[in-house]
Design a protein around this ligand. Structure first.
Ligand code: UTP
Length: 278
């Protein structure tokens, strides 16, 4: 069972400036719920009850969100608004939240490495990038699907999706053999390749299940694309040993790190809510 989920949330979210000048990108709401809460709910559904969050300067709102607000709760006690806090209260009751800071933005690999102090090096763990919002209304959440696959393959699992060729340069891209429908044994991974040099159009999105040996591998990985420590490069080392499986997940992913994806997700949830009320 995967019990711990890591949320790298130290990035600056520059694509949302000025909104993210003093507010973490992960706290931007889709309707009334911040992005990171969607991620935590997906992790809980997959069986996690320890949420390890990598924060940075200006991210205190995340810590406050996953804590009790006595004054506010007292204010709305007994009113119709009380139920609006029911979900977050449930999360706080069921989960343990731990935090550490990434002092410098040295890349996603570095952010994950910082998680070592919170997660230890005994157990596999999940990673969710909260700005990738994933939904699968007709079945298991994406992380639940991946946790099931981990039970079968006992190696690193990365979620992937097909993207148009002209967009591969935005992603980590995999090369691999399909070993069962939608499941690939990865042999190579490239971070943000040029569109015409990508090994495939299967792009990795912000969901991972990682084995704890990844920490040692990250430690020995040199900075890559853009001078950042790339998780793709560390995973590539794992892939060369046949220890990475890519999974074409069932569901939809919204790139909420971009304005277009954020608006699409907002419309999606708004229409869903409207249908529920009708
Ligand atoms: P992004 O590159 O999408 O996030 O990283 P960003 O840098 O915050 O966004 P922009 O491009 O400036 O708008 C993907 C995820 O990895 C985390 C980010 O917080 C985000 O959730 N991340 C990235 C870190 O925690 N640390 C890093 O050094 C890099």
């Amino acid at each position: 069972m995967i019990k711990k989920c890591l949320f790298p949330a130290a990035g600056y979210g520059t694509r949302f400036l000025p909104a993210t000048k003093a507010m973490p990108k992960e706290m931007l709401p889709i309707l009334t719920k911040p992005l990171i809460q969607y991620g935590v709910e997906e992790a809980m559904e997959a069986g996690c009850d320890v949420m390890a969050i990598i924060t940075g300067r200006g991210k205190r709102a995340i810590t406050d969100h996953f804590d009790i607000s006595y004054e506010l709760e007292h204010q709305i006690q007994g009113s119709s608004k009380e139920k609006m806090l029911a979900d977050i209260r449930h999360i706080i009751d069921k989960c343990t939240f731990t935090y550490t800071r990434q002092n410098e933005m040295k890349g996603l690999g570095d952010a994950i490495y910082k998680g070592n102090a919170l997660l230890g090096d005994q157990d596999p763990f999940a990673v969710i990038l909260a700005d990738d919002l994933c939904v699968n209304p007709d079945g298991d959440g994406v992380l639940t699907q991946m946790a099931k696959l981990y039970e079968k393959y006992k190696c690193c699992i990365v979620a992937c999706m097909e993207v148009p060729t002209e967009e591969v340069h935005k992603y980590g891209v995999i090369e691999g053999n399909e070993i069962e429908e939608g499941v690939f044994m990865v042999s190579n991974m490239v971070e943000k390749p040029e569109n015409d040099k990508a090994p495939s159009n299967l792009a990795v999105i912000g969901r991972y299940v990682l084995t704890p040996d990844i920490f040692e591998i990250i430690k020995n990985t040199k900075p890559g694309k853009n001078g950042e420590l790339q998780i793709t490069d560390a995973l590539c080392t794992q892939a060369k040993n046949g220890m990475v499986v890519a999974y074409k997940f069932k569901g939809t992913r919204f790139d909420c790190g971009s304005v277009d994806g954020f608006v699409e997700a907002t419309n999606y949830y708004y229409n869903l809510e409207k249908k529920k009320k009708a």
